[in-house]
Design a protein. Structure first.
Length: 141
């Protein structure tokens, strides 16, 4: 029994709400599960990391060519050329703000920005529905 929250394990809290609102909350059970897992991973295991860019497979050979040319410039101590090649190499990447808890887990990566917007919209809707339901709520007990 949990006394704080609106998730599926919060029987006491959900039991104090209207049937209509409980039915709505049931539609969010998988979202609550995702949110709890995401929160626990960030708080207890893995810091959030968003790679600065990814290289499309179609540009991988070009990226590796820059890497070889950079290594040669570095060996020659031609640091201006190295910096130039590094900047050009970075241009072959593109932003893909994916997030993933672990490379060894089976969950698919999520696009961070889109997921944040979806979560924000869900939270706004949940808050509005909670306020409407609490207008006619009964006390916990």
């Amino acid at each position: 029994m949990k006394w704080i929250g609106l998730g599926p394990k919060n029987d006491v809290v959900r039991g104090s709400l209207s049937k209509e609102f409980r039915d709505y909350l049931t539609t969010l059970d998988k979202w609550f599960e995702y949110l709890e897992d995401f929160r626990h991973a960030l708080a207890h295991r893995i810091p959030l990391y968003i790679p600065p860019y990814v290289v499309p497979e179609s540009d991988e050979a070009k990226y590796q060519d820059f890497e070889s040319r950079k290594a040669a410039a570095y060996e020659r101590k031609d640091f201006a050329q190295y910096d130039y090649l590094s900047a050009k190499q970075d241009q072959s990447g593109m932003l893909r703000p994916w997030i993933l808890h672990s490379f060894s887990e089976t969950d698919a990566p999520a696009l961070f920005h889109f997921q944040m917007l979806a979560d924000f919209n869900t939270i706004i809707e949940l808050g509005e529905r909670t306020l409407r339901d609490l207008d006619g709520s009964k006390p916990l007990g």
